[in-house]
Design a protein around this ligand. Structure first.
Ligand code: SF4
Ligand code: SF4
Length: 202
C-alpha cells in the first residue's frame, strides 16, 4: 500500500499521514492556537476574499493541522489574505488566520518557493525591506522598488506615473524618506525574528 511521506500531498490511492510537528511549529511561530480549530467554517463564511481563494481559510487551517505543507505553501490563499482579520473576530476560538498566513508566507520564502501570486510576494518583500532599512515606510521608494521587482508593464507605466504625480501634488507621497530615531533597534528586531525562525526552520 502506498503511504505518502509526512508533509506531502496525498495523491490518488495514497493514505494521508498527519504530521503534527509542523502544525506545532506554525502554532509557535504565529502564536495562534491552530490545533483548536474544529472546522466550524465561520472564518470562510465571513472572509471577503474567499471568492478569489483556491483553498478556503478553514481548509487552510485543516491542512496545517494535517501537515500538508505543499498544499499550503502552493495555495494562493496564503498570498491573497488581506489581513483584514474578519476571521479572527468570527472564530469561536480566536484563531487569527492572517497571522498564520504570514508565517506560511515566510516559510515558503525561506524555502525559495515561487509564490502562485508573484506580485503579492514582490510587494511583501519590498514592504519588509523598506521597514527594515529605515524603521518607517517611504512609499515612493517602496513603490519604485516594487515596480522594479514585479516588472513594469507598458500599459500600466503611464497610468502609474499619472497617479504618482497626482499623489505628490496632493501631499500623499513624500519625496524624501524619513526614518525613526532608533533604526538599529528595528533592525535588531528583524534579526531576532530571523534567528528565532532559523532555529526551528522548516
Ligand atoms: S472559525 Fe476558527 S474554529 Fe471555525 S473553522 Fe475557522 S479557524 Fe476553525
Ligand atoms: S484575515 Fe485573511 S483569511 Fe481572515 S477574513 Fe481577512 S482575508 Fe480572509
Amino acid at each position: 500500500m502506498t503511504v505518502n511521506p509526512p508533509g506531502t500531498a496525498a495523491g490518488a490511492g495514497a493514505r494521508l499521514v498527519p504530521s503534527p510537528d509542523w502544525a506545532r511549529e506554525v502554532e509557535r511561530e504565529s502564536a495562534q492556537p491552530v490545533s483548536l480549530c474544529y472546522q466550524c467554517q465561520k472564518c470562510s463564511g465571513g472572509c471577503p476574499l474567499a471568492f478569489a481563494m483556491d483553498v478556503l481559510p478553514h481548509r487552510l487551517i485543516r491542512y496545517v493541522q494535517l501537515g500538508q505543507k505543499e498544499r499550503v505553501w502552493q495555495s494562493r490563499t496564503v498570498w491573497l489574505c488581506a489581513a483584514c482579520r474578519t476571521c479572527a473576530a468570527r472564530c469561536p476560538n480566536g484563531i487569527d488566520i492572517a497571522a498564520v498566513a504570514d508565517v506560511l508566507k515566510q516559510q515558503a520564502m525561506r524555502r525559495g518557493l515561487v509564490a502562485p501570486e508573484p506580485s503579492v510576494q514582490a510587494f511583501h518583500q519590498t514592504f519588509l525591506s523598506s521597514l527594515r532599512s529605515r524603521g518607517r515606510m517611504h512609499e515612493l521608494t517602496m513603490l519604485l522598488r516594487f515596480k522594479l521587482k514585479a516588472g513594469f508593464k507598458g500599459s500600466e507605466l503611464s497610468q502609474d506615473l499619472r497617479l504618482g504625480l497626482a499623489m505628490l501634488r496632493h501631499g500623499k507621497l513624500r519625496l524624501l524618506p524619513e526614518g525613526v530615531r532608533r533604526t538599529r533597534e528595528i533592525q535588531a528586531l528583524f534579526a531576532r525574528a530571523q534567528e528565532g525562525k532559523s532555529h526551528g526552520a522548516v
